[in-house]
Design a protein around this ligand. Structure first.
Ligand code: ADP
Ligand code: ADP
Ligand code: ZN
Length: 213
């Protein structure tokens, strides 16, 4: 099963993608996590991506597409995957579509996690991330067991640089301009499924599972 997660920054794509990946035994692929790992390791790609990410802008398609296509060509993706944060532009979606087409394959579902802009700034300012394992928490809604520490790996949790309110406003603008058109793109392909992302995390997940079966 090949699934794409769509939704504004902070809508809960990552949270749901992790649960889907676990339930269906497929890898969770987050381009944001891949960029953050590169930044942490000081790679050239990381340095370049950071200049865009810190401003709330998208990393250029040239850098993003190759990275993603290499990742989905790996052995563990044979039986499917859940993409979180890719595609984010129409050209990215077209490249993915073409690559899959050439293999006689396609995306099965594009899950749109719908959360209004008003809720997003709150979600983002409360988000705490583990840069070591990619887990995310929320100070109020989804707190870690021990304050400031990742449940999975024991590393300290941080407020991401790009989750500060000023940058979030920019990211929302970029989302509406460049990413939201993907909702029409996948509707036309007949694979779009929309869920109400303002519900509790477990209720959102139940709604997604119902749509996938
Ligand atoms: P969020 O959790 O808010 O949706 P991500 O972790 O997915 O954010 O992405 C963080 C940043 O990484 C984005 O704001 C963007 O700068 C960059 N990024 C991630 N995926 C892509 C992509 N597919 N295309 C371009 N930039 C991307
Ligand atoms: P995205 O990957 O779309 O940027 P995340 O999954 O990282 O979003 O979620 C953004 C923030 O909102 C995180 O702090 C997360 O813990 C929290 N969150 C996720 N789902 C819910 C939910 N259903 N209700 C409340 N908070 C949520
Ligand atoms: Zn962790």
């Amino acid at each position: 099963m090949k699934i794409i997660m769509l939704g504004a920054p902070g809508a809960g794509k990552g949270t749901q993608a992790k649960m889907i990946a676990e339930k269906y035994g497929i890898p969770h692929i987050s381009t944001g996590d891949i960029f953050r790992a590169n930044i942490k390791n000081g790679t050239e790609l990381g340095k370049e991506a950071k200049t865009y990410m810190d401003k709330g802008l998208l990393v250029p398609d040239e850098l993003t597409v190759k990275l993603l296509l290499d990742r989905v060509a790996q052995e563990d993706c044979k039986n499917g995957y859940v993409l979180d944060g890719f595609p984010r532009t129409i050209p990215q979606a077209e490249v993915l579509d073409k690559a899959l087409n050439e293999l006689g394959d396609k995306i099965d579902y594009a899950v749109n996690v719908d959360v209004p802009d008003e809720n997003i700034v709150n979600r983002m300012s409360g988000r705490r991330a583990c840069l070591a394992c990619g887990a995310t928490y929320h100070l109020v809604h989804i707190p870690p067991k021990k304050e400031g520490i990742c449940d999975n790996c024991g590393q300290p949790l941080v407020l991401r640089d790009d989750d500060k309110p000023e940058t979030v406003k920019n990211r929302l603008k970029v989302y509406h301009e460049q990413t939201q058109p993907l909702i029409d793109f996948y509707t036309q392909k007949g694979v779009l499924k929309t869920v109400d992302g303002t519900q509790d995390m477990q209720d959102v997940f139940a709604a997604i599972v119902a749509l996938l079966s």
